[in-house]
Design a binder for this molecule. Structure first.
Ligand code: ADP
Ligand code: MG
Length: 390
C-alpha cells in the first residue's frame, strides 16, 4: 500500500535524498503552490491580492555542507544528474535551467548579508510546473525555509518571501511580483491571505467552502506559459509608465473615484491596464468584505468579473482559459477566472459541490470538442504555508 499524507511524502523525500547523497538529510522542508482567488497583476503595482495555498507542495530534503558547495538534484528536472555549484561563485545569469531558482535563493540570502554556505539538496514536488500554480515560488520558498533552519537565520516570513522574490527577479530573470512567495510562505490552513504587496502586511481570512456546500476546482489547461518571455515584463513596464504619467508612486495609489479622470489623461494603450489594476484592487477589498460577512457564494460573480477584466483590459487570457471559464459558468459554477500570470495556466471555479462532477465533465468535453489537450482538474483546499515537515 502506498502511504499518503505529508509525513509519508517527507519520508519518501528523505529516503530519496539518502540514496542520492549517501547520508541522511538534516531535515525536510515543504512549501506549497497557490491559487490566487482574486487580485491578479496587482502585486507589482503595490496592490492587494487574496491567494490561498494548495495541498500540492515542493519538498526539499537538505543537509548542510561546510565546504561551500551547493549540490542540487530535482526529481522533476528531467536531468538525471546533480548540479554542483560553489556558493561564493554564484552570479546572476551564470546558472541555466531549473537550478537558477534554488541557486538564486541561496545567492539572495548571501546577498542580504546572511552567513550561509553550502548544502546538498534533493527536490521533489507535486506542483505542476508552468501551470500558473506557482511551482517556481514553491521551489524558492522550500529552499529558503530549509536554509533558514540549516543556518539558524530565524528570518520572519515576509523577509523569506522577499528574498525568494529577489532570487526570481534578479537571479532567474523573471520580473514577478511578491504574491506567489508571500502565499507560499505565509498562508495558513483554512484561510486565504489578504496581502498588501507594498507593506507586506497580511491577514488570514477564513475561507470555508464545506459549510457553504461549495468546492473550488482548479482546471489546469495544460497550456504552459513562459513568464520569462517579454509579455509579462511589458505589462509591468506599462503599469510603471502609467503611474509615472499620473505622478503616482504606483497604480495602487489611484483611488477608484479618480479612475475616470485618470483614464482621460492616459494614452490609449495604457488606459485599459490602469482600469484593470484599479478595479481589480477594488475586487480584492470586496471579496474580503464578502468572506468576512459569511457570503462566500457572492464571491462567484466577482471572480467572473475579474476574468472579464483580464481578458478584455489586461489581455492575458487565451482561448483555453476563456473556454474553461465560460463552460464552467454555463455548467453551474457560481463564478470562474484564470489564476496566475496568464497566457495559459490554470482557471479556478467556485462550484456547488453537487455540480462539481458536471462542471468537470463539461469542461473536459468542451476541450475535446475544441481540439485542445485534455485539462487536468483538481480540487483546491486552503492549505498550510511553508514549514519543516521532518
Ligand atoms: P509556475 O511558477 O507557474 O509553475 P514558472 O515558469 O514561474 O511557472 O516556473 C516553472 C519553472 O520552475 C520550471 O520550468 C522549472 O525551471 C522550475 N521548477 C519548478 N518546480 C520545479 C521542480 N520541482 N524541479 C525543478 N524545477 C522546477
Ligand atoms: Mg512562477
Amino acid at each position: 500500500m502506498t502511504r499518503t499524507g505529508p509525513a509519508a511524502a517527507a519520508a519518501r523525500t528523505a529516503d530519496a535524498f539518502a540514496r542520492l547523497h549517501g547520508a541522511r538529510p538534516d531535515g525536510v522542508w515543504s512549501a506549497p503552490g497557490r491559487v490566487n482567488l482574486i487580485g491578479e497583476h496587482t502585486d507589482y503595482n503595490d496592490g492587494f491580492a487574496l491567494p490561498m495555498a494548495l495541498p500540492q507542495a515542493t519538498r526539499v530534503a537538505a543537509r548542510r555542507r561546510d565546504d561551500g558547495l551547493l549540490r542540487l538534484y530535482s526529481a522533476q528536472s528531467g536531468e538525471d544528474r546533480t548540479t554542483e555549484l560553489r556558493v561564493t561563485d554564484l552570479v546572476p545569469g551564470a546558472v541555466p535551467g531549473w537550478a537558477r531558482y534554488p541557486a538564486g535563493t541561496v545567492w539572495a540570502l548571501a546577498g542580504a548579508g546572511h552567513q550561509v554556505g553550502g548544502a546538498d539538496l534533493y527536490v521533489d514536488s507535486d506542483v505542476p510546473a508552468g501551470a500558473g500554480l506557482s511551482s517556481s515560488a514553491a521551489l524558492e520558498c522550500a529552499v529558503a525555509v530549509a536554509y533558514d533552519d540549516l543556518y539558524g537565520l530565524g528570518l520572519p516570513g515576509p523577509e523569506l518571501a522577499r528574498t525568494a522574490q529577489r532570487a526570481e527577479n534578479a537571479f532567474a530573470g523573471v520580473p514577478c511580483g511578491v504574491m506567489d512567495q508571500m502565499a507560499s510562505v505565509c498562508c495558513t490552513e483554512g484561510a486565504a491571505l489578504h496581502l498588501d504587496s507594498r507593506s507586506l502586511e497580511h491577514r488570514q481570512v477564513p475561507f470555508g467552502l464545506d459549510p457553504h456546500g461549495l468546492v473550488l476546482l482548479v482546471v489546469d489547461t495544460r497550456v504552459r506559459h513562459d513568464l520569462a518571455d517579454g509579455a509579462y515584463a511589458a505589462l509591468r513596464a506599462g503599469c510603471e509608465r502609467a503611474a509615472g504619467l499620473l505622478g503616482l508612486p504606483a497604480l495602487r495609489d489611484l483611488a477608484p473615484g479618480e479612475l475616470g479622470a485618470a483614464l482621460d489623461r492616459l494614452p490609449a494603450e495604457l488606459a485599459p491596464l490602469v482600469r484593470h489594476v484599479v478595479t481589480e484592487n477594488a475586487r480584492v477589498t470586496e471579496a474580503v468584505r464578502l468572506l468576512a460577512a459569511g457570503d462566500t457564494p457572492a464571491l462567484g460573480p466577482l471572480l467572473t468579473a475579474g476574468h472579464a477584466s483580464l481578458r478584455e483590459d489586461y489581455r492575458v487570457s487565451c482561448a483555453e482559459t476563456d473556454l474553461a471559464v465560460d463552460t464552467a459558468v454555463a455548467a453551474g459554477a457560481l463564478g470562474a477566472r484564470m489564476t496566475g500570470g496568464g497566457f495559459g495556466g490554470s482557471v479556478i471555479a467556485l462550484v456547488p459541490a453537487a455540480r462539481a462532477d458536471g462542471v468537470r465533465g463539461a469542461v473536459t468535453e468542451a476541450f475535446r470538442r475544441a481540439g485542445h489537450r485534455a485539462p487536468a482538474v483538481l480540487r483546491a483546499v486552503p492549505s498550510a504555508g511553508a514549514a519543516r515537515i521532518a
